[in-house]
Design a protein around this ligand. Structure first.
Ligand code: NAP
Length: 332
Protein backbone atom coordinates (compact mmCIF):
# COMPACT_ATOMS: atom_id res chain seq x y z
CA UNK A 1 0.00 0.00 0.00
CA UNK A 2 1.18 3.50 -0.79
CA UNK A 3 2.70 5.61 1.93
CA UNK A 4 1.80 8.72 -0.06
CA UNK A 5 -0.84 10.96 1.42
CA UNK A 6 -1.39 14.17 -0.50
CA UNK A 7 -0.68 17.43 1.31
CA UNK A 8 -3.96 18.69 2.70
CA UNK A 9 -3.06 22.30 1.85
CA UNK A 10 -2.37 21.49 -1.80
CA UNK A 11 -4.97 23.85 -3.23
CA UNK A 12 -4.00 26.91 -1.22
CA UNK A 13 -1.36 28.54 -3.43
CA UNK A 14 -1.96 27.33 -6.99
CA UNK A 15 -3.96 29.46 -9.38
CA UNK A 16 -6.53 27.69 -11.60
CA UNK A 17 -7.48 29.15 -14.96
CA UNK A 18 -10.56 28.42 -17.03
CA UNK A 19 -9.73 26.58 -20.25
CA UNK A 20 -11.18 28.98 -22.82
CA UNK A 21 -14.94 29.16 -22.46
CA UNK A 22 -15.23 25.57 -21.18
CA UNK A 23 -16.15 24.56 -17.66
CA UNK A 24 -12.75 23.00 -17.01
CA UNK A 25 -9.96 24.70 -15.06
CA UNK A 26 -6.27 23.85 -15.25
CA UNK A 27 -3.50 24.84 -12.87
CA UNK A 28 -1.42 27.79 -14.10
CA UNK A 29 1.59 25.45 -13.89
CA UNK A 30 1.26 21.90 -15.27
CA UNK A 31 3.80 19.07 -15.39
CA UNK A 32 4.94 17.34 -18.58
CA UNK A 33 6.39 13.85 -18.97
CA UNK A 34 8.31 14.23 -22.26
CA UNK A 35 11.72 13.89 -20.61
CA UNK A 36 12.89 12.29 -17.35
CA UNK A 37 10.12 9.68 -17.18
CA UNK A 38 11.61 7.13 -19.59
CA UNK A 39 13.18 3.76 -19.04
CA UNK A 40 16.64 5.27 -18.41
CA UNK A 41 15.40 7.52 -15.61
CA UNK A 42 15.24 6.81 -11.89
CA UNK A 43 11.79 5.65 -10.78
CA UNK A 44 12.11 7.13 -7.28
CA UNK A 45 12.82 10.59 -8.78
CA UNK A 46 9.75 10.26 -11.01
CA UNK A 47 7.65 9.41 -7.96
CA UNK A 48 9.06 12.36 -5.99
CA UNK A 49 8.33 14.75 -8.84
CA UNK A 50 4.72 13.58 -9.04
CA UNK A 51 4.30 13.93 -5.27
CA UNK A 52 5.84 17.42 -5.24
CA UNK A 53 3.68 18.54 -8.12
CA UNK A 54 0.40 17.21 -6.74
CA UNK A 55 1.20 18.38 -3.18
CA UNK A 56 1.52 21.90 -4.57
CA UNK A 57 -1.67 22.04 -6.59
CA UNK A 58 -0.39 20.79 -9.94
CA UNK A 59 -3.40 18.69 -10.84
CA UNK A 60 -2.49 18.33 -14.51
CA UNK A 61 -0.02 15.72 -15.81
CA UNK A 62 0.64 15.72 -19.56
CA UNK A 63 1.79 12.64 -21.47
CA UNK A 64 1.92 11.34 -25.05
CA UNK A 65 2.08 7.90 -26.59
CA UNK A 66 5.69 8.38 -27.73
CA UNK A 67 7.26 9.89 -24.58
CA UNK A 68 10.23 7.96 -23.25
CA UNK A 69 12.60 6.74 -24.48
CA UNK A 70 11.55 4.10 -25.33
CA UNK A 71 8.23 5.35 -26.77
CA UNK A 72 5.46 4.32 -24.39
CA UNK A 73 7.73 4.11 -21.35
CA UNK A 74 6.65 7.44 -19.82
CA UNK A 75 3.02 6.25 -19.91
CA UNK A 76 4.07 2.89 -18.49
CA UNK A 77 6.04 4.54 -15.66
CA UNK A 78 3.22 6.95 -14.98
CA UNK A 79 0.82 4.00 -14.93
CA UNK A 80 2.91 2.38 -12.20
CA UNK A 81 3.04 5.60 -10.17
CA UNK A 82 -0.70 6.05 -10.64
CA UNK A 83 -1.48 2.51 -9.56
CA UNK A 84 0.83 2.64 -6.54
CA UNK A 85 -0.05 6.12 -5.24
CA UNK A 86 -2.59 8.20 -7.13
CA UNK A 87 -5.62 5.97 -7.63
CA UNK A 88 -7.48 7.54 -4.68
CA UNK A 89 -6.91 10.95 -6.27
CA UNK A 90 -8.06 10.16 -9.83
CA UNK A 91 -11.00 12.56 -9.66
CA UNK A 92 -8.65 15.38 -8.63
CA UNK A 93 -6.37 14.87 -11.64
CA UNK A 94 -6.37 15.92 -15.28
CA UNK A 95 -4.34 13.41 -17.27
CA UNK A 96 -3.73 14.00 -20.95
CA UNK A 97 -2.15 12.03 -23.74
CA UNK A 98 -1.66 12.41 -27.48
CA UNK A 99 -1.12 10.63 -30.76
CA UNK A 100 0.21 12.07 -34.01
CA UNK A 101 3.92 11.30 -34.25
CA UNK A 102 5.49 7.99 -35.23
CA UNK A 103 4.70 5.34 -32.63
CA UNK A 104 4.82 1.96 -34.32
CA UNK A 105 5.90 0.52 -37.64
CA UNK A 106 3.68 0.30 -40.68
CA UNK A 107 1.01 2.61 -42.08
CA UNK A 108 -1.18 2.77 -38.95
CA UNK A 109 1.29 3.99 -36.31
CA UNK A 110 1.73 7.63 -37.32
CA UNK A 111 -0.27 10.63 -38.54
CA UNK A 112 -3.92 11.48 -38.12
CA UNK A 113 -6.03 8.59 -39.34
CA UNK A 114 -9.02 7.34 -37.41
CA UNK A 115 -7.30 3.95 -37.31
CA UNK A 116 -4.13 5.34 -35.68
CA UNK A 117 -5.80 7.67 -33.15
CA UNK A 118 -8.25 5.04 -31.95
CA UNK A 119 -5.67 2.25 -31.64
CA UNK A 120 -3.11 4.53 -30.01
CA UNK A 121 -5.47 5.77 -27.32
CA UNK A 122 -6.44 2.18 -26.51
CA UNK A 123 -2.74 1.37 -26.07
CA UNK A 124 -2.15 4.49 -23.93
CA UNK A 125 -5.04 3.60 -21.61
CA UNK A 126 -3.64 0.10 -21.25
CA UNK A 127 -0.12 1.35 -20.42
CA UNK A 128 -1.42 3.87 -17.88
CA UNK A 129 -4.00 1.54 -16.38
CA UNK A 130 -6.75 4.14 -16.89
CA UNK A 131 -10.36 3.83 -18.07
CA UNK A 132 -10.23 7.27 -19.67
CA UNK A 133 -7.96 10.28 -20.10
CA UNK A 134 -9.19 13.76 -19.40
CA UNK A 135 -7.78 15.32 -22.57
CA UNK A 136 -6.81 13.51 -25.77
CA UNK A 137 -4.81 15.50 -28.32
CA UNK A 138 -4.06 15.10 -31.96
CA UNK A 139 -0.31 15.77 -31.60
CA UNK A 140 0.43 17.58 -34.87
CA UNK A 141 -1.16 18.72 -38.09
CA UNK A 142 -1.09 15.94 -40.68
CA UNK A 143 -2.04 17.48 -44.03
CA UNK A 144 -1.99 14.04 -45.70
CA UNK A 145 -5.06 13.02 -43.64
CA UNK A 146 -8.41 14.72 -44.39
CA UNK A 147 -9.02 17.09 -41.49
CA UNK A 148 -12.59 15.82 -41.28
CA UNK A 149 -11.35 12.27 -40.64
CA UNK A 150 -9.09 13.33 -37.77
CA UNK A 151 -11.74 15.54 -36.19
CA UNK A 152 -14.42 12.84 -36.51
CA UNK A 153 -12.00 10.39 -34.83
CA UNK A 154 -11.52 12.84 -31.92
CA UNK A 155 -15.28 13.26 -31.70
CA UNK A 156 -15.89 9.52 -31.64
CA UNK A 157 -13.18 9.03 -29.00
CA UNK A 158 -14.75 11.60 -26.71
CA UNK A 159 -18.24 10.26 -27.28
CA UNK A 160 -17.02 6.73 -26.52
CA UNK A 161 -16.01 7.96 -23.05
CA UNK A 162 -12.30 7.19 -23.50
CA UNK A 163 -11.48 10.90 -23.26
CA UNK A 164 -13.47 13.69 -21.66
CA UNK A 165 -12.17 16.54 -23.82
CA UNK A 166 -10.35 16.87 -27.14
CA UNK A 167 -7.27 18.99 -27.80
CA UNK A 168 -5.10 19.96 -30.75
CA UNK A 169 -1.35 20.33 -30.60
CA UNK A 170 1.04 22.14 -32.92
CA UNK A 171 -1.79 23.44 -35.13
CA UNK A 172 -1.60 26.86 -36.79
CA UNK A 173 -4.34 29.51 -36.87
CA UNK A 174 -5.96 28.71 -40.24
CA UNK A 175 -6.04 24.93 -39.57
CA UNK A 176 -7.37 25.50 -36.07
CA UNK A 177 -10.18 27.58 -37.54
CA UNK A 178 -11.16 24.81 -40.00
CA UNK A 179 -10.86 22.09 -37.35
CA UNK A 180 -13.01 24.08 -34.92
CA UNK A 181 -15.76 24.49 -37.52
CA UNK A 182 -15.97 20.68 -37.90
CA UNK A 183 -15.81 20.02 -34.16
CA UNK A 184 -18.41 22.69 -33.38
CA UNK A 185 -20.84 21.11 -35.80
CA UNK A 186 -20.30 17.75 -34.12
CA UNK A 187 -20.64 19.39 -30.65
CA UNK A 188 -17.32 17.82 -29.64
CA UNK A 189 -15.92 19.23 -26.39
CA UNK A 190 -12.75 20.55 -28.03
CA UNK A 191 -11.30 23.00 -25.54
CA UNK A 192 -7.54 23.45 -25.76
CA UNK A 193 -4.50 24.01 -27.95
CA UNK A 194 -1.06 22.85 -26.90
CA UNK A 195 1.77 24.74 -28.59
CA UNK A 196 5.37 25.75 -27.97
CA UNK A 197 5.58 29.29 -26.64
CA UNK A 198 8.32 31.04 -24.74
CA UNK A 199 10.34 34.27 -24.71
CA UNK A 200 12.61 32.87 -27.42
CA UNK A 201 9.93 31.23 -29.60
CA UNK A 202 7.11 33.50 -30.79
CA UNK A 203 5.76 31.17 -33.52
CA UNK A 204 2.18 31.22 -32.26
CA UNK A 205 2.15 35.01 -32.37
CA UNK A 206 3.08 34.78 -36.05
CA UNK A 207 1.16 31.75 -37.37
CA UNK A 208 -2.26 32.91 -36.22
CA UNK A 209 -2.64 30.27 -33.49
CA UNK A 210 -2.69 32.63 -30.54
CA UNK A 211 -5.12 35.15 -32.04
CA UNK A 212 -7.42 32.47 -33.50
CA UNK A 213 -7.51 30.46 -30.30
CA UNK A 214 -8.45 33.57 -28.35
CA UNK A 215 -11.10 34.53 -30.90
CA UNK A 216 -12.60 31.02 -30.73
CA UNK A 217 -12.42 31.08 -26.90
CA UNK A 218 -10.19 28.01 -26.65
CA UNK A 219 -7.51 27.52 -24.02
CA UNK A 220 -3.76 27.53 -24.72
CA UNK A 221 -1.29 25.44 -22.75
CA UNK A 222 2.30 26.35 -23.60
CA UNK A 223 4.92 23.65 -23.85
CA UNK A 224 8.68 24.14 -23.44
CA UNK A 225 8.00 27.44 -21.64
CA UNK A 226 11.62 27.43 -20.44
CA UNK A 227 12.94 26.58 -23.94
CA UNK A 228 13.92 23.15 -22.57
CA UNK A 229 16.06 24.77 -19.85
CA UNK A 230 17.71 27.59 -21.82
CA UNK A 231 15.54 30.14 -19.99
CA UNK A 232 16.87 29.09 -16.57
CA UNK A 233 20.17 29.46 -14.76
CA UNK A 234 21.19 26.01 -16.05
CA UNK A 235 23.38 27.15 -18.95
CA UNK A 236 24.39 30.67 -17.96
CA UNK A 237 27.97 29.67 -17.09
CA UNK A 238 28.57 26.24 -18.58
CA UNK A 239 26.83 23.04 -19.70
CA UNK A 240 26.34 20.91 -16.58
CA UNK A 241 26.91 17.15 -16.82
CA UNK A 242 23.43 16.38 -15.47
CA UNK A 243 21.63 18.71 -17.93
CA UNK A 244 19.30 17.76 -20.78
CA UNK A 245 21.96 18.72 -23.33
CA UNK A 246 24.55 16.35 -21.85
CA UNK A 247 22.17 13.56 -20.87
CA UNK A 248 20.00 13.51 -23.99
CA UNK A 249 20.92 15.98 -26.70
CA UNK A 250 18.30 14.86 -29.21
CA UNK A 251 16.32 18.08 -29.13
CA UNK A 252 18.43 20.61 -27.19
CA UNK A 253 22.02 21.06 -28.30
CA UNK A 254 25.14 22.99 -27.26
CA UNK A 255 24.75 25.25 -30.27
CA UNK A 256 21.39 26.44 -28.90
CA UNK A 257 23.26 27.74 -25.85
CA UNK A 258 26.03 29.34 -27.89
CA UNK A 259 23.55 31.09 -30.18
CA UNK A 260 21.51 32.47 -27.29
CA UNK A 261 24.05 33.00 -24.51
CA UNK A 262 24.37 36.76 -24.87
CA UNK A 263 20.58 37.25 -24.81
CA UNK A 264 20.18 34.81 -21.91
CA UNK A 265 22.71 36.71 -19.78
CA UNK A 266 20.90 39.99 -20.44
CA UNK A 267 17.50 38.40 -19.77
CA UNK A 268 18.92 37.12 -16.52
CA UNK A 269 19.84 40.71 -15.58
CA UNK A 270 16.26 41.85 -16.33
CA UNK A 271 14.94 39.00 -14.17
CA UNK A 272 17.32 39.90 -11.31
CA UNK A 273 16.11 43.51 -11.41
CA UNK A 274 12.56 42.12 -10.92
CA UNK A 275 13.80 39.98 -8.01
CA UNK A 276 13.11 36.85 -10.01
CA UNK A 277 15.22 34.03 -11.34
CA UNK A 278 15.38 33.72 -15.12
CA UNK A 279 13.07 30.68 -14.96
CA UNK A 280 10.52 32.56 -12.84
CA UNK A 281 10.55 35.51 -15.21
CA UNK A 282 10.25 33.27 -18.28
CA UNK A 283 7.14 31.57 -16.90
CA UNK A 284 5.68 34.83 -15.58
CA UNK A 285 6.17 36.39 -19.02
CA UNK A 286 3.84 33.75 -20.53
CA UNK A 287 1.34 33.85 -17.67
CA UNK A 288 0.98 37.66 -17.81
CA UNK A 289 -1.31 37.04 -20.73
CA UNK A 290 -4.99 36.26 -20.05
CA UNK A 291 -5.16 34.20 -23.30
CA UNK A 292 -2.90 31.58 -21.73
CA UNK A 293 -4.32 28.80 -19.56
CA UNK A 294 -1.18 27.11 -18.27
CA UNK A 295 2.58 26.76 -18.66
CA UNK A 296 3.53 23.13 -19.18
CA UNK A 297 6.93 22.71 -17.57
CA UNK A 298 9.31 19.79 -17.60
CA UNK A 299 11.56 18.94 -14.67
CA UNK A 300 14.43 16.64 -13.82
CA UNK A 301 14.04 17.01 -10.03
CA UNK A 302 11.39 18.09 -7.52
CA UNK A 303 13.17 21.33 -6.58
CA UNK A 304 12.69 22.64 -10.14
CA UNK A 305 8.93 22.17 -9.83
CA UNK A 306 8.86 24.18 -6.60
CA UNK A 307 11.05 26.87 -8.16
CA UNK A 308 8.72 27.12 -11.14
CA UNK A 309 5.59 27.56 -9.05
CA UNK A 310 7.24 30.66 -7.54
CA UNK A 311 6.72 32.37 -10.90
CA UNK A 312 3.08 32.93 -9.91
CA UNK A 313 4.15 35.44 -7.26
CA UNK A 314 4.76 38.17 -9.85
CA UNK A 315 3.30 38.01 -13.36
CA UNK A 316 3.08 41.75 -13.94
CA UNK A 317 5.53 43.49 -16.26
CA UNK A 318 6.20 47.13 -17.00
CA UNK A 319 6.18 48.28 -20.62
CA UNK A 320 9.89 49.03 -20.30
CA UNK A 321 10.59 45.43 -19.19
CA UNK A 322 8.54 43.98 -22.03
CA UNK A 323 10.25 46.21 -24.58
CA UNK A 324 13.68 45.25 -23.25
CA UNK A 325 12.79 41.54 -23.48
CA UNK A 326 11.48 41.95 -27.03
CA UNK A 327 14.57 43.87 -28.09
CA UNK A 328 16.73 40.93 -27.05
CA UNK A 329 14.56 38.18 -28.47
CA UNK A 330 12.27 39.19 -31.33
CA UNK A 331 14.07 38.54 -34.59
CA UNK A 332 13.41 39.66 -38.14
N1 NAP B 1 2.79 18.88 -27.80
C1 NAP B 1 4.04 18.79 -28.14
O1 NAP B 1 4.41 18.63 -29.31
C2 NAP B 1 5.09 18.90 -27.05
C3 NAP B 1 6.45 19.02 -27.39
C4 NAP B 1 7.36 19.15 -26.35
C5 NAP B 1 6.93 19.17 -25.04
N2 NAP B 1 5.60 19.01 -24.75
C6 NAP B 1 5.12 18.98 -23.36
O2 NAP B 1 5.66 20.05 -22.63
C7 NAP B 1 6.35 19.55 -21.48
C8 NAP B 1 7.48 20.44 -21.10
O3 NAP B 1 8.43 20.55 -22.15
P1 NAP B 1 9.94 20.81 -21.80
O4 NAP B 1 10.43 19.73 -20.90
O5 NAP B 1 10.67 21.14 -23.03
O6 NAP B 1 9.75 22.16 -20.89
P2 NAP B 1 10.66 23.24 -20.27
O7 NAP B 1 9.98 23.58 -18.98
O8 NAP B 1 10.92 24.32 -21.24
O9 NAP B 1 12.07 22.54 -19.98
C9 NAP B 1 12.23 21.63 -18.93
C10 NAP B 1 13.71 21.50 -18.55
O10 NAP B 1 14.19 22.74 -18.06
C11 NAP B 1 15.01 22.56 -16.91
N3 NAP B 1 14.34 23.22 -15.77
C12 NAP B 1 13.02 23.20 -15.45
N4 NAP B 1 12.77 23.98 -14.39
C13 NAP B 1 13.97 24.50 -14.02
C14 NAP B 1 14.37 25.39 -12.99
N5 NAP B 1 13.50 25.91 -12.13
N6 NAP B 1 15.68 25.70 -12.89
C15 NAP B 1 16.60 25.19 -13.77
N7 NAP B 1 16.28 24.35 -14.77
C16 NAP B 1 14.97 24.01 -14.89
C17 NAP B 1 15.14 21.06 -16.73
O11 NAP B 1 16.29 20.68 -17.48
P3 NAP B 1 17.37 19.61 -16.97
O12 NAP B 1 16.78 18.31 -17.40
O13 NAP B 1 18.58 19.99 -17.72
O14 NAP B 1 17.47 19.75 -15.49
C18 NAP B 1 13.90 20.53 -17.39
O15 NAP B 1 14.04 19.20 -17.83
C19 NAP B 1 6.75 18.14 -21.91
O16 NAP B 1 7.05 17.30 -20.81
C20 NAP B 1 5.51 17.70 -22.64
O17 NAP B 1 4.51 17.33 -21.72
C21 NAP B 1 4.69 18.90 -25.74
Amino acid sequence: MSKYIANENRYEKMKYNKVGNSGLKLPAVSLGFWHNFGDNDKYSTMEEMCFTAFDNGITHFDLANNYGPAGGSAEKNFGRIFKEHFKPYRDEMIISTKAGYLMWAGPYGDGGSRKYLTASLNQSLERMGLDYVDIFYHHRMTPETPLEETMCALDQIVKSGKALYAGLSNYDGPTLEKATAILSELKTPFIINQNRYNILDRTIENNGLKATSTKLEKGIICFSPLAQGLLTDRYLNNIPEDSRIKKDGRFLKEKNVTENREALLKLNDIAAARNQTLAEMALAWILKDSDITSVLVGASRPSQILANIKALENTTFTKAELDAIDKLTVRG
